[in-house]
Design a protein around this ligand. Structure first.
Ligand code: SF4
Length: 625
């Protein structure tokens, strides 16, 4: 009751447009498990106030997951720390109640016999809250396990999953984000291996079951059906359904058929990753990959390229790529891949006709590519239904939208789901690139010329942003940050840029002090890969090199302006994204500032960027590669 009152106060203040949220709640700490459970992380002998402050502090690095207002970290073996703060979709009032709400959900579900992570402590403070939970050992998702499980194991998991979800639904609960990725497979062979996680959106409503199944239960089941790997057997799906029906009280055949029809319909209408048409698998044989034209998007696509090369379905895999980006695919990671540079649209049309593949997987968003594939008579044209090209595709995915506007979904997730229509099951979205010995040697020579020793710590800075001036952080800010990192240490900083960014690079170097140099000559993308692999840190705008850093697990600090952080919210293990919070116009997604002031970048201060960069550089050996 008390918590409800607090929420109402917050909501009323927000509703009437109060200028600031006055927190009426005294900070509170609730340690549920024995204090010794937290001993690996915090000093449990200190007073509650100190522990509370420790828990409410926004987690540092490295992070398991990070979105505006939500950060998850594994601060010590066996512990998960979830922090909620104002930002993203969370108001201060919501951020303050989020941890307790999730804790209540976890406790109630545990009482129902549903295996969920055990809560160890909850902290609530001024505008933020935190939850400490027990880590599930092993941490393999059900989706990963099912992809390699034998048919009998699949049935056993299907049955157990049906029982768990049925118990959840029969009690009036819905998860509202129920994908196979949100079930972890705990250790042990006994029943009750599945652990349900990510319950932040779960709610309990008492909707009549089984004759009138609530739309939220339907949504849960549709999401599960959608996230099931194509290799999941029909027997496993039937085992799931039977177990689910048994839990919710049984259904007669007619009702079951009706519900299944609704679920199938819902799945095809789901705003999220909906197959538009072409449910049948494309004919196996030769797969042509039309790769994106942007560095970042191409690097994000590397897990899909690797999976295509490994897949027994595709005996030949060809990649059509912009000539300047082809060096990214060198380095020996993509076995058997034929890389064909494509200069322009006319050449693309000609190549599609000559290659005559069995299927083309369009990982770009171009209408011209879909049109060229159609004219070439390629039997299966697979891609994202955007830019009016939906009718040209034989296998299409509709990106999620609301009110006619596309919702921000990470690009890598969309690429993975499109690849799924080509029969590619991509388990790990972490991008990977390789370097050739030649580029490593070339880079070593250049560094030697600059007087940078082989083991001297190197900070790389890429201030450019090919997708528009609106994303540029002032050169003086880059220079100040580099100075702050180099001063009083034996570190050296190198500023790099692509073709056309020479003036920008020179400007940063001119404003910086000694220890900051420009790369004397362009090294190409393979050279940039070798440099990023060699560096201890990359300081970068919202541009492609941030993804190259992710591919090499090089720590990276990225300054972001008019973009949705959700669009690039993957592979953040070694990346800190810094942006100015609270701007009403952000994110506008424009290439140049429509308001002319570009405040999202010009007002982003140097201090937090410097702090984030230092935090990475100060990581003890062993935490980083
Ligand atoms: S409108 Fe706002 S978000 Fe967009 S570029 Fe300008 S300052 Fe940045």
């Amino acid at each position: 009751m008390e918590r409800q009152g607090i929420l109402e106060t917050g909501e009323v203040l927000r509703f009437y447009g109060a200028l600031s949220y006055h927190d009426p709640v005294a900070p509170a700490l609730r340690i549920i498990a024995p204090r010794s459970c937290l001993a690996g992380w915090i000093d449990v002998d200190q007073g509650d106030d100190a522990i509370l402050l420790g828990l409410l502090e926004e987690p540092g690095l490295p992070r398991m997951r990070s979105l505006p207002g939500r950060v998850t970290q594994c601060p010590a073996p066996g512990l998960i720390h979830k922090w909620f703060g104002p930002g993203g979709s969370l108001s201060p009032a919501e951020a303050q109640s989020a941890a307790q709400r999730e804790c209540d959900t976890l406790e109630q579900l545990a009482e129902l016999g549903i295996r969920v992570p055990r809560v160890l402590a909850v902290a609530t403070g001024r505008g933020s809250s935190a939850l400490v939970m027990e880590e599930i050992p092993g941490r393999r998702t059900l989706s990963e396990v099912l992809a390699s499980a034998s048919p009998s194991e699949q049935c056993s998991y299907g049955e157990e999953l049906g029982q768990l979800v049925g118990r959840l639904h029969a009690a009036g609960w819905t998860h509202r984000d129920l994908y196979l990725e949100h079930f972890l497979v705990g250790s042990g062979d006994s029943k009750g291996r599945l652990v349900l996680i990510d319950l932040g959106r779960a709610r309990q409503r008492h909707e009549a079951l089984p004759l009138v199944i609530g739309r939220r239960q339907i949504k849960d089941l549709s999401a599960l059906m959608h996230s099931a790997p194509p290799t999941l057997s029909t027997r496993a799906r039937v085992a799931f359904w039977r177990a689910w029906c048994a839990q919710v009280g049984g259904t007669d055949r007619a009702t079951a058929r009706r519900v299944l029809r609704i679920i199938a319909g819902r799945r095809t209408r789901m705003a999220r990753h909906v197959p538009l048409h072409g449910e049948g698998s494309p004919r196996p044989g030769h797969l042509l990959l039309r790769l994106p034209n942007w560095v970042g998007d191409l690097v994000m696509a590397t897990p899909m390229i690797q999976e295509a090369c490994r897949s027994p379905r595709w005996s030949r895999v060809t990649a059509m790529v912009k000539p300047g980006l082809a060096p990214l695919l060198e380095g020996g990671l993509f076995e058997g891949l034929e890389v064909i540079p494509r200069k322009n649209a006319a050449e693309e049309r000609r190549l599609m006709k000559t290659l005559a593949p069995d299927a083309v997987l369009l990982l770009n968003h171009s209408l011209g590519s879909a049109f060229a594939a159609r004219r070439a008579g390629i039997p299966a044209i697979i891609g994202l239904a955007v830019g009016g090209r939906g009718p040209l595709l034989t296998h299409a995915l509709v990106p999620p939208s609301r009110g006619g506007r596309r919702l921000p979904v990470p690009t890598a997730h969309l690429q993975r789901d499109v690849a799924g229509l080509a029969g590619l099951v991509v388990q790990d979205l972490h991008p990977r690139l390789g370097t050739s010995p030649e580029s490593v040697r070339r880079v070593a020579e250049v560094l030697e010329e600059l007087g940078i020793a082989a083991h001297q710590p190197l900070i790389l800075c890429s201030p450019g942003a090919a997708k528009g001036a609106g994303k540029l952080w002032p050169t003086s800010c880059f220079a100040q940050t580099l100075d702050g990192l180099v001063e009083g240490s034996n570190r050296r900083a190198l500023v790099v840029g692509g073709p056309g960014e020479e003036d920008l690079v020179a400007e940063v170097v001119a404003q910086a002090g000694p220890g900051v140099s420009a790369l004397p000559r362009l090294q190409g993308l393979d050279g940039l890969c070798a440099l990023i692999e060699r560096a201890q840190l990359l300081l970068v705008g919202d541009s492609g090199p941030r993804w190259i850093a992710a591919a090499f697990d090089t720590p990276c600090v990225c300054v972001m302006g008019p973009n949705f952080p959700e669009l690039t919210a993957t592979s953040l293990e070694f990346c800190s994204v810094l942006r100015l919070e609270g701007l009403e116009c952000a994110p506008c997604l424009e290439r140049t500032c429509p308001l002319g002031h570009q405040r999202c970048m010009t007002e982003l201060p140097v201090a937090p960027v410097l702090k984030a960069a230092r935090a990475w550089l100060d990581q003890p050996a062993g935490v980083l590669r």
